[in-house]
Design a protein around this ligand. Sequence first.
Ligand SMILES: Cc1cc2nc3c(=O)[nH]c(=O)nc-3n(C[C@H](O)[C@H](O)[C@H](O)COP(=O)(O)OP(=O)(O)OC[C@H]3O[C@@H](n4cnc5c(N)ncnc54)[C@H](O)[C@@H]3O)c2cc1C
Length: 410
Amino acid sequence: MKRYTIIGNGVAAIGCIEGIRGVDAQGPITVVSHERHPAYCRPLISYLLEGRADLGHMPYRDGAFYERMGCEVLSGRDAVGIDPAAREVELDDGSRVSFDALCVATGSSPFVPPFAGLATVASQHAFMTLDDALGLDAAIDATSRVLIVGAGLIGLKCAEGICGRVASITVCDLADRVLSSILDAECAALMQARLEEQGIRLMLGDSVDRFEGGLAHMKGGEDVAFDVLVLAVGVRANTALVSQAGGEVDRGIIVDNHMRTSIPGVFAAGDCAQGYDVSLGAKRVLAIMPNAYMQGHAAGVCMAGGDEVFDTGIPMNSIGFFGLHAMTAGTYEGACYEERGEGSIKRLFTEDGLLKGFILIGCDERAGIYTSLIRERTPLDSIDFEALKKAATTTAFSAERRAQMFGEAV
Ligand SMILES: Cc1cc2nc3c(=O)[nH]c(=O)nc-3n(C[C@H](O)[C@H](O)[C@H](O)COP(=O)(O)OP(=O)(O)OC[C@H]3O[C@@H](n4cnc5c(N)ncnc54)[C@H](O)[C@@H]3O)c2cc1C
C-alpha cells in the first residue's frame, strides 16, 4: 500500500486528501500540522472578530472528515526536514514519518521587517491564523488605540474585524494607496474613502521608523501613540523544507502543472507553491484559497498515481470592506475598456485577442464569466465581446459554447 504524507493542514492539504482518496481509498495518509485546529477557513478570522462568525463556522470540513478519509493528523507538530533518499520527514520531536509520496502544503508566514525598537512593544500581533485572531480578540477593548502596519488585504481585513470594538484604528503603509497589489490609484481611492467614512485613519506613503513602547515614530515625522500593534506587512512562502532538501525554489516552491517539485515523489501545493499563472504565461505564487484547493487536489490525484493537471490558475480576489465590493483577476496589461458609474469603476484589460484581467469595484456583475474567459483563454473574436464588456451575461456566447461552459441546454 502506498503511504502518503502531507506537511501542513490548510485548504491545500484538504484538496490533497480529497485528491488522493478519489484514486486510492486505502493508502494511509499522515498529516503533520503545526496548528492544533482542524483545517479552517482563514478568511473568516476577521468575521470572528466582528462577531459575524463563531468558532463553529470556522472548520473547512465536518468533524468526522479526517477519520472518514483515513488520515492520522499529528497536531501541534512541525516537520523540520525532508530526507528524499530515505523518503522520510523528520519531525520536531525527533521522530520520522515515512512516505512514498509527499505533499508540502506549508502555506506562508508573516514577514516582519527589522523595525528598530519592535521588542519594546508590549502588545504586538500578526493576523494570519485563528490563534492570531483569538489573541487579538483578548488584547483589545473599547479603549484600545490600534496601529496596523500594512494596508493590504490582511491589514484591512483586520481593521474591518475590529472596527467599532476599539477607540481608534490607524493603518499605515509605505505604498501611496490601499490594496496596492490589486487596485490602481483610482479604484484604491474609492476604497480608501469607504474606510475613512468608518473612522479608520490611513497614513499612506508613510511607515514606522522606530518604536518606543507605545509610540511609533513615523518616517514622515509624526508620532502615533497606540496600545495594540498589528503587523501585516506581507507574507513569505514557506519554502525552506524543500530548498534544504535540494529542491528548486524561487519566491515559492517551483512546481509543474502536476504539482511535482524538482524532487521525485515530492509535490507542493497552495500558498507555498509557485505554479503556472495562465494570465501571465509564467509561474508565480497565487496565494488564494481556490488555487490552494485545486493545486492540492491535483497533487493528491497525481501522488496516488492518477493524472490531474492544474494549469488554469490566475490571481483573483473578491473582497469587500464595509459593503464596498472589489473583484479583480489576472494581469492589468494591454488595452483598457472602462465604464464608470456612481461610486463604481469597471476596467477590462485585453491583449492579443484575449481578456487578460479586470478590476470591478462597486459593480454588480457576474464576474465569474470574465474569470472563465481569462482562465480558458477564450479568443474574444469567438464571442460577442462587445456585448459582454457592457454586461457579463451568458447570452454573449453561442448556444453550443454556453452548453460547454455553463451546462445550459442547447
Ligand atoms: C486574513 C486573511 C484573509 C484572507 N482572505 C482571503 C479571501 O478573501 N479569498 C481568498 O481566496 N484567500 C484569502 N486569504 C488567503 C487564503 O487564506 C490562503 O490562500 C489559503 O489559506 C492558503 O491555503 P494553504 O493550505 O496553502 O496554506 P495555509 O492555510 O497557510 O496552511 C498551511 C499550514 O501549514 C502549517 N505549516 C507550515 N509549516 C509547517 C511545518 N514545517 N510543519 C507542519 N505544519 C506546517 C501552517 O502552520 C499552516 O497551518 C486570506 C488570508 C488571510 C490571512
